[in-house]
Design a protein around this ligand. Sequence first.
Ligand code: ADP
Ligand code: 5GP
Length: 226
Amino acid sequence: MTTPPSGLLLVVSSPSGAGKTTLCRRLLSEHPELQFSVSYTTRPPRSGERDGIDYHFVSDATFDAMVQQGAFAEWNWVHARRYGTSLSAVQKALASGCKILLDIDYQGATRILEVFAASARLVFILPPSLAVLEARLRGRATDSAEVIATRLRKARDELAHYPMYHYLVLNRDLLVGYEELRAIYQVELAHAEGRSPTPIDTALAKSCLGSERSALAERILLGGDA
Ligand code: ADP
Ligand code: 5GP
């Protein structure tokens, strides 16, 4: 009897502006078997965001009711709004061996690791420096000056949680950052499916292990360049 493939929860976090959405969108577009976990949020949609695709945009009252019903695998306040991951959606996907990408903050990642330790692999996207992070947030032009200031204040706090992540991707050059994320996914996908990953992917993913990259993360935290 063959063992059915196990599910995989690829959890990706970063300080806002580090490039997580850009990298994750590309990974999802090139790997149709990888499903995006659509979170629930009480924040209003940004221009171009679609309900049910980018997020389930819900009212405070609906979010309250879902919390009461125990509908979330994890939920948290992020930038003064609430965000949560559907418990039933994750359970259903894992039971059928699906591979899921979760774009959630470090608080949510901590909880997912506690609840789904066997299936969760945590990836943190690092900007090359806090100065570059600020420039990217301003360049994205999706948030008000006030929201950008809040996100920058929180960036250091978010970065400080890098040690709990299995992998650290450095997003300086987009192509290099993407190659790292892709290799990590390929290695973890192969493990979930009981196959051996390619030596090239194995070597690249290994170079992104938290144990290999902590000095680099510390330099960024201290205000320097990776
Ligand atoms: P996040 O989802 O982490 O908040 P985004 O993916 O929205 O970040 O990226 C923030 C901004 O930085 C966007 O305008 C994006 O196009 C840009 N960006 C992302 N990665 C890079 C990169 N490696 N080099 C230059 N600009 C980038
Ligand atoms: P944004 O408002 O920029 O889409 O997301 C803000 C932050 O909320 C990001 O760090 C994102 O990863 C996080 N986030 C999105 N969905 C969830 C979720 O379901 N749970 C948690 N804990 N964080 C989330």
